[in-house]
Design a protein around this ligand. Structure first.
Ligand code: AVJ
Ligand code: FE
Length: 462
């Protein structure tokens, strides 16, 4: 069934039954670059959006659950109108991002104001999704993938729109984790594998220094901020084999981490005074025992899981407390993908092949992080575990353009955010769809943000 003949009543949101879509590229998939594959991927992306919405009431969808987040129905409308903008209007001639319909234009309406926009009801939104998608699919039947059109070459604009939906799915999950009025009943569809002790591994590995190639020249799916590939001279450094665990982080807390001024930067201390927190977001305490909530599940903090929901300042303070620092984003990328003998950057820690459910904790359906060591394929050539999946990892780098950066196709994705206000995060989280992550992918947020699925690993100089 294509989205075109799908009726609103068939959808998960209408029936309340989750549609568990096939998450990964399968051997019987249509050929890469074919219209059939794009159709299939578009339907699969939409199934996931609808699955995430399937247990939410109209009220849940329209409410502002947190000032940092949009009402979920806004994300859904924005997904649809972004698709309309790029895959109908824009294919035959350039149009500007600012032509996005006012209500769904993120620059016209800050997140905290979006609940008062008079957003459509769920059933109106379902019709809107159908209507736009049917025009997109009609247009796809006749589109000519002309190599002289940089939007269409290698189906770039279709991959961009798919990734946009995937990214907003992660945004929706951040909102669902913050949901008011009862925890989100996560449609858990997979049981995450158990971890393996990494105690037989050294705690850190060393990069001997040298010239590497960071970034990518891929023009099929990479965003403009990942390009171009460029040589960087990297000094020798050490980096943690694994992300910082809850056990490590509890030790920091017990060592007085949240009250020892000397471990915090000035900005970090100022944030801490104002925020007044004593643990990662979504942690709670009963006497001496710490609990963590992931959607509707509350468990004792598992010492073997990577710490999640910490901000840059907490990550930097932890690193300082153990005599380390955060890696730069280049160091992170080297640790994730540099192949020492082939002298090239791999697309993923395990090689160039896309992830499967056995490679990393991605794709949302476990609805939480997995214990460290759970994925035996998730090792990089340098010897780092878990650089893709579970938690985004804070780096020490500001979000800046690479040398030779050129905006493509719109400045509102990256360019308007470049500067010293944002820190780069790498590697994706459990809430990231596999099509929206690779070693070169750059995420960014303010250093005070904890609503994202963020953890970190430490590095140090030689
Ligand atoms: C890359 C996650 C920072 O949510 O602001 C979605 C992704 N850009 N629509 C964001 C994005 C445009 C972006 N981040
Ligand atoms: Fe967007």
């Amino acid at each position: 069934m294509t989205d075109r003949d799908r009726q609103p009543e068939d959808t998960a949101a209408a029936t309340g039954e989750p549609v568990v879509s096939k998450p990964y590229i399968m051997p019987d998939d249509p050929e890469p670059g074919s219209v059939e594959l794009l159709q299939k991927e578009a339907a699969e992306a939409r199934d996931r959006t609808l699955l995430l919405m399937s247990r939410l009431s109209d009220e849940d969808l329209h409410q502002q659950h947190d000032p940092l987040m949009s009402p979920i129905i806004w994300d859904v409308g924005h997904i649809a109108h972004f698709e309309e903008l790029w895959l109908t209007q824009n294919l035959d001639g350039p149009i500007e991002f600012s032509e996005m319909p006012g209500m769904y234009n993120p620059f016209e309406h800050p997140r905290a104001t979006r609940a008062s926009l008079g957003l459509p009801s769920l059933s109106q939104m379902m019709s809107r999704l159908e209507e736009i998608r049917s025009r997109v699919l009609d247009r796809l039947e006749t589109v000519e993938f002309d190599d002289r059109n940089t939007l269409l070459r290698d189906e770039y604009v279709y991959h961009m729109v798919l990734q946009h939906e995937y990214q907003h799915n992660e945004t929706i999950l951040q909102t669902l984790q913050l949901k008011t009025g009862g925890a989100y009943a996560a449609p858990r569809a997979v049981t995450l594998p158990r971890g393996r002790s990494l105690a037989d591994r050294p705690p850190m590995v060393r990069f001997p220094g040298g010239v590497v190639v960071a970034g990518t020249d891929d023009r099929r799916v990479a965003y403009d901020n990942e390009r171009p590939a460029h040589e960087v001279e990297v000094a020798p450094f050490w980096i943690d084999v694994a992300p910082v665990s809850n056990g490590d982080y509890l030790q920091f807390m017990r060592d007085g981490g949240y009250s020892r001024r000397e471990w915090w930067s000035n900005a970090g201390w100022a944030w801490l005074r104002e925020a007044g927190v004593e643990a990662p977001k979504h942690w709670s305490r009963d006497g001496d025992v710490w609990y963590v909530r992931a959607m509707d599940r509350v468990d004792r903090v598992d010492l073997a899981m990577p710490v999640c929901h910490v901000c840059f300042h907490e990550a930097a303070a932890f690193a300082h407390s153990v005599g380390k620092r955060l890696p730069t984003e280049t160091e992170w990328e080297v640790a994730a993908g540099w192949h020492p003998t082939q002298r090239r950057m791999q697309r993923f820690p395990w090689g160039d092949a896309p992830p499967t459910p056995r490679h990393a904790n991605l794709d949302q359906l476990g609805f939480g992080v997995a214990q460290l060591g759970a994925y035996e394929r998730n090792w990089s050539p340098l010897g780092c575990y878990g650089m893709i999946g579970d938690v985004w990892e804070w780096t020490s780098s500001d979000f800046q353009p690479y040398p030779g950066y050129r905006t493509f196709p719109y400045a509102e994705y990256s360019e308007v955010f470049f500067g010293v206000d944002y820190k780069v995060l790498r590697g994706g989280s459990w809430a990231t769809r596999p099509g929206a992550i690779r070693n070169s992918f750059r995420n960014w947020d303010y250093p005070i943000r904890r609503q994202i699925f963020s953890g970190f690993r430490c590095a140090r100089d030689d």
